[in-house]
Design a protein around this ligand. Structure first.
Ligand SMILES: *[C@@H]1O[C@H](CO)[C@@H](O)[C@H](O)[C@H]1NC(C)=O
Ligand SMILES: *[C@@H]1O[C@H](CO)[C@@H](O)[C@H](O)[C@H]1NC(C)=O
Ligand SMILES: *[C@@H]1O[C@H](CO)[C@@H](O)[C@H](O)[C@H]1NC(C)=O
Ligand SMILES: *[C@@H]1O[C@H](CO)[C@@H](O)[C@H](O)[C@H]1NC(C)=O
Ligand SMILES: *[C@@H]1O[C@H](CO)[C@@H](O)[C@H](O)[C@H]1NC(C)=O
Ligand SMILES: *[C@@H]1O[C@H](CO)[C@@H](O)[C@H](O)[C@H]1NC(C)=O
Ligand SMILES: *[C@@H]1O[C@H](CO)[C@@H](O)[C@H](O)[C@H]1NC(C)=O
Length: 419
């Protein structure tokens, strides 16, 4: 009675404190297996001394026992276990649900120590047939909601949803059901477009569904027309319309509120004439959202040569000629009346007058651009210069300068007018 009591007491103490005593065999955590799969039970701390006897038990069943180099294997396990003599690990394959339970390892070392440890195995059926069911029909941004549900066979311990291969998290408009098997997105935004899939997981297996693509329709918006505003006569012009839209917008063009038959994103005029000046309105339409949006582009066709008509050019030429003749006449008159002795002298005289004028100009402030400065300097002296300047000036010349062009003396022609 006393012997038996102390034996059981020792066993109880071993089982209670065994794992802290150091000589017992430790296993990390329970093992999960998939039906049909395999597992390995390996102690974390196999004994460092040599082993005389090894034994693996499953409950009361002895799976294998005997000397490590030739253990005896239970016939029921013969074709689905293997033993590793170095790690004293047991590998079990062709797992069935009935393999779930406690596995115990006992070794007797050559020093006579008896070591023992146990681990547990829990089996899961593989998860199969996981699929995602996406919403049907067109989804419109800000209006529609989208529900994804999922299904699959096998016990699952977690569901992970992914969008474009990144984990999907709940947000203002994304709500998961309590079991995480479905997701509701309401209302949908364009940023919700993408590929959705989910992964069902249990400790032994996981399966990921085929992705389902979600397309959120929106727009058109940000309609814009690219192209020139002012073009020469007789050139080719392309106006190109774009819009932000899903699906891609279709385009139509109006000219001055009149329908054209152009339904491409580009409106082309092969050769401009004056009737092409006006407003070009591009309308982008989205046949899913049933919305449209427009943008107006004004085009001005002007004559070649800086925007001056041939009449204006002729006027300028005549004006210049008249001015030249006028100055020649004035010079001759001045020379003859000895107000300016010689042509050389005249230039000197002009130079000193100009110098005075230049100083005034400078005094008024630096940063006067050279062109304007020269205008001040030669004011009233070289009319033709001003006209020449004008003729070669760019169209964008400030109109306000025009009135300053002095009317040549004794000339009845009005100064040429730019069109
Ligand atoms: C379950 O999955 C495991 C690992 O993927 C595999 O080895 C095993 O054969 C599968 N079982 C069945 C029944 O398909
Ligand atoms: C999506 O699911 C929610 C809640 O389950 C439901 O109220 C809503 O009508 C569903 N929407 C669609 C488009 O099926
Ligand atoms: C557009 O096409 C219709 C018939 O296809 C034609 O009657 C109409 O004159 C065309 N409009 C323009 C501006 O070319
Ligand atoms: C413009 O030119 C293209 C070829 O360059 C031609 O196919 C097209 O018919 C022309 N369009 C008009 C309106 O003349
Ligand atoms: C189109 O409209 C513009 C501005 O309203 C006008 O100047 C032009 O003459 C018009 N063109 C045609 C062909 O109607
Ligand atoms: C929208 O237009 C595209 C072609 O531009 C066509 O393929 C599609 O069927 C249309 N969709 C609807 C809903 O009309
Ligand atoms: C744009 O939408 C309005 C209102 O829905 C419609 O009356 C018009 O015909 C549409 N325009 C085009 C070019 O589709």
């Amino acid at each position: 009675m006393m012997v038996s009591d102390s034996f059981y007491c020792t066993l109880w103490m071993l089982s209670l404190f065994g794992q802290y005593l150091g000589e017992d065999l430790q296993f990390s955590g329970p093992v999960y297996g998939a039906v049909g799969g395999s597992v390995v039970f390996a102690p974390d701390n196999p004994p460092s001394t040599s082993i005389d006897i090894v034994q693996w038990n499953f409950g009361s069943t002895v799976i294998l026992t005997g000397s490590p180099d030739s253990p005896t294997i239970d016939p029921a396990y013969r074709d689905r276990v293997s033993f590793d003599i170095n790690t004293i690990a047991l590998e079990l394959w062709n797992l069935i649900l009935g393999d779930s339970g406690i596995y115990r390892l006992t070794v007797i070392t050559s020093a006579g120590d008896s070591l023992t440890g146990e681990t547990s195995l829990q089996l899961f059926e593989n998860i199969t047939n996981v699929r995602v069911i996406g919403p049907e029909g067109s989804l419109i941004e800000g209006e529609s909601s989208a529900n994804f549900s999922s299904e699959g066979t096998g016990i699952i311990t977690s569901v992970q949803w992914m969008k474009d291969n990144s984990p999907l998290s709940p947000s203002n408009n994304i709500i998961f059901s309590s079991d995480h098997r479905s997701v509701s997105i309401s209302p949908v935004q364009r940023s919700d477009s993408g590929e959705y899939q989910c992964t069902y997981t249990n400790p032994a297996s996981s399966q990921t569904a085929k992705p389902v693509r979600l397309i959120i329709n929106y727009g058109p918006e940000d309609v814009s027309v690219k192209g020139e505003d002012v073009v020469d006569l007789g050139v080719r012009v392309s106006l190109s319309c774009s819009a932000n839209s899903e699906p891609a917008a279709s385009f139509s063009w109006k000219f001055n509120e009149t329908d054209t038959n152009v339904t491409t994103d580009t409106f082309t005029i092969n050769e401009t004439d004056f009737t092409h000046s006006g407003d070009y309105i591009c309308t982008a339409s989205n046949n899913v959202t049933k919305r449209n949006a427009s943008h107006k582009h004004a085009l001005l066709v002007k004559e070649r040569g800086g925007g001056l008509s041939s009449g204006a050019i002729a006027g300028i030429v005549i004006g210049v000629l008249v001015a030249v003749v006028g100055i020649c006449g004035l010079t001759v008159y001045l020379t003859k009346t000895k107000k300016i002795p010689k042509l050389n002298q005249q230039q000197k005289g002009q130079a000193s007058e100009a110098a005075q004028s230049r100083q005034e100009t400078k005094a008024r402030g630096d940063g006067v651009i050279p062109g304007k400065m020269s205008e001040h300097i030669y004011e009233n002296d070289k009319h033709e210069n001003e006209y020449e300047n004008d003729m070669y000036e760019n169209v964008k010349l400030d109109y306000s300068r025009r009135p300053r062009a002095p009317t040549p003396p004794q000339v009845s022609n009005p100064p040429p007018v730019r069109r």
